[in-house]
Design a protein around this ligand. Structure first.
Ligand SMILES: CCCCC/C=C\C/C=C\CCC/C=C/C(=O)SCCNC(=O)CCNC(=O)[C@H](O)C(C)(C)COP(=O)(O)OP(=O)(O)OC[C@H]1O[C@@H](n2cnc3c(N)ncnc32)[C@H](O)[C@@H]1OP(=O)(O)O
Length: 264
């Protein structure tokens, strides 16, 4: 029996941008009462492109789950062939500086929230997952991907530069060497190729199979103290978040990106 969580309204989460708030539900969250596993489903057709509103809802959903006693959370998509097309290109096309700033902040906050959850996370990647879509999956602890789709950080192919926390997320998952080859060439891996290099941990026949494999991942922690688990996760991931968020370089980089976005 699954119970629904009401995702925090956007207007409460970010009052400064009330104009951009939306009452539509872009993220569905359900918790299976029997297993204690939460499923967070992105549902922004046609391609789950990450705009400000979707990011705010996603961030709110993962934050709210932190206060529930869940065994783990699965991130997936309601769409048949797309996990997420990455950042919404419309957000990057001549935005107002305030919107660009809010958008960029929401992207990074969402990444930090998912990257740092106290509970285990799995991305059940049931469709294509380029660029920002790949980033979302990299923020999770484990990735199960349905066959015959593509995933990767393809920014250079689009003529843009992946921010260093995108790169750090990739390097947290696959080797430095493979990251360099992948990022400089903007490579999109097919599911089986992604599995070979460790970008995804398991492949699946279809979404149901991916969800079942994702659920199985959580049982690894049945005999593990959750606090010890979380502190260990922080030990491993904390430095990446610190570098991503606090540094002077980050502030400069963000200004540069906002400048780029407001000029194209
Ligand atoms: C790209 C230039 C931006 C410049 C930015 C400048 C500064 C910013 C600095 C740094 C940012 C770096 C980090 C960037 C991260 C990103 O995530 S960038 C986005 C990268 N995304 C992609 O490259 C995906 C592009 N899309 C696809 O490959 C395909 O659409 C697909 C996801 C595989 C789905 O294919 P298919 O099922 O065949 O569907 P369609 O191609 O027909 O698409 C359906 C409609 O969806 C629209 N759409 C697709 N992707 C996006 C998107 N990312 N944002 C907004 N809209 C998208 C597509 O236009 C179709 O719309 P219409 O039906 O034609 O109206």
């Amino acid at each position: 029996m699954a119970s629904k969580i009401f995702v925090r309204p956007i207007s409460i989460a970010f009052n400064a941008f009330r104009n951009y708030s939306s009452s539509s539900k872009l993220v569905d969250v359900s918790i299976n009462d029997k297993t204690g596993i939460a499923t967070v489903t992105m549902q922004r057709p046609p391609v789950n492109s990450l705009n400000y509103e979707l990011l705010i809802e996603l961030n709110g959903a993962f934050q709210d789950l932190g206060s529930k006693k869940i065994k783990g959370a699965i991130l997936t998509s309601s769409l048949k062939t797309i996990f997420s097309a990455g950042l919404d290109i419309l957000e990057m096309y001549k935005p107002k500086p305030e919107r660009a700033n809010a958008f960029w902040t929401s992207l990074q906050d969402t990444w930090i929230t998912i990257f740092n959850t106290p509970y285990p996370t799995v991305a059940a990647i049931n469709g294509h997952s380029p660029a920002g879509g790949c980033l979302l999956s990299l923020a999770c602890e484990y990735r199960v991907m349905v066959n015959n789709y593509t995933i990767g950080l393809n920014e250079t192919k689009l003529g843009i530069v992946a921010p260093f926390w995108f790169v750090a997320s990739m390097k947290n998952t696959i080797s430095n060497r493979e990251s360099e080859l992948a990022l400089t060439s903007g490579r999109l891996y097919k599911t089986d190729e992604a599995f070979k290099v460790g970008l995804v941990d398991e492949t699946a026949e279809n979404k149901e199979d991916a969800l079942a494999k994702a659920e199985k991942f959580f049982s690894r922690f049945d005999a593990v103290n959750p606090i010890a688990r979380f502190l260990t996760k922080q030990e491993l991931r904390g430095k990446i978040v610190k570098v991503g968020r606090k540094t002077f370089i980050y502030k400069i980089f963000r200004k540069f990106q906002i400048c780029m976005m407001t000029r194209i």
